[in-house]
Design a binder for this molecule. Structure first.
Ligand code: NAP
Length: 295
């Protein structure tokens, strides 16, 4: 180990994801310093040229750019607790998962130490890192992002979201709610069709067609949400509520879990009570926004 390493990039955190990040940087030809609490995890990277630092402080000092990727912010704070002057004039790119408040707080902490900060979220599994398929969301200073984009692009497709450091975490969360929304709806459909002996594989092409069709409505609904006008160009909330009642009845008659359609109907019923019976589905936004801004 060496405390006087000089390198292009540093990676702190060599779990499954951190090792993939360091590996991609090394393959792209960047000299890469690494540090991990459990040093043995660096071993597989050493034959590829990784430079193992003795301490996190040394690792930060080794490069003008440090990428951190550990379990959570609490772990990151423990690692960075003793790192102060070393950050001055450098860039910290934090790819540790967390929420928007943690990202903004970390941005302030890093700024106080004279460093730049980009907060990121990785929308990929470790094996995809280094390929275009691996989307890495980043937020913070645009100037800083553009200056360092060549190195960030070696991790995957680096997508810049905006100056607010909380944006990466918020997009990450919004992506997860899309994912689980689709997966749970698909599973509910699989269970419904399963009562008639239809395999998941046979049902799935139709499910995918429905999902694609629904995605096609989003741009129009987004315009309605942004403008606050919820014209019922397709169907009113009253019509949707009727369909949901049938879905609940069908599910319960067949013994299929009806929690999901019950949730859908509870949201629509509340919007109808709030005066949106004749509006489009976009009027449901008021059921999701913070109470202070709810329509
Ligand atoms: P992991 O394999 O469990 O690695 C966790 C890393 O955090 C290790 O380097 C570990 O060090 C370090 N760590 C944990 N607590 C620590 C502490 N108190 N002090 C110092 N180091 C500590 O997890 P991972 O899959 O690499 O995930 C890392 C981050 O990437 C997470 O925020 C995760 O949400 C995010 N992410 C992962 C994936 C994925 O598919 N894996 C996808 C997207 C995002 P030790 O080795 O010493 O334990």
């Amino acid at each position: 180990m060496n405390s006087r390493i000089r390198s292009d990039v540093t990676v702190i955190g060599l779990g499954l994801m951190g090792r993939a990040l360091a590996g991609a940087l090394l393959r792209a030809g960047h000299s890469t310093a690494v540090w991990n609490r459990t040093a043995v995890k660096a071993e597989e990277l050493l034959p590829h040229g990784a430079l193992l630092s003795d301490t996190a402080n040394d690792a930060v000092e080794a490069s003008s750019v440090t990428i951190t990727c550990v379990s959570d912010y609490q772990s990151l704070q423990q690692i960075l607790a003793s790192v102060t002057d070393e950050l001055d004039g450098r860039l910290l790119v934090n790819l540790t998962s967390g929420d928007s408040a943690q990202a903004r707080e970390m941005a302030g902490w890093v700024r106080q130490r004279g460093a730049d900060y980009l907060d990121g979220a990785i929308m990929a599994i470790p094996s995809a890192i280094g390929s275009a398929e691996a989307v890495v969301l980043l937020s913070g200073s645009k100037v800083v992002f553009e200056k360092h984009q060549p190195v960030l692009d070696t991790l995957g497709t680096a997508v810049y979201l905006g100056e607010d450091h909380g944006l990466s975490a918020l997009y990450d969360a919004a992506g997860l709610t899309m994912m689980w929304g689709i997966l749970n709806a698909w599973l509910h459909g699989v269970a419904l069709l399963g009562t008639a002996g239809v395999d998941a594989a046979d049902y799935t092409p139709f499910a995918a067609q429905m999902a694609h069709g629904t995605v096609g409505w989003l741009t129009g609904y987004a315009e309605q949400v942004d403008s606050g006008t919820h014209r019922p160009d397709d169907a009113t909330l009253t019509t949707h509520a009727g369909g949901m009642a049938h879905l609940i009845e069908e599910s319960e008659r067949l013994g299929v879990n009806s929690e999901l359609p019950r949730l859908f109907k509870a949201l629509v019923d509340r919007a109808i009570t709030a005066g949106h019976a004749g509006n489009s589905y976009a009027a449901l936004i008021g059921q999701f926004t913070p109470k202070s801004t709810a329509a």
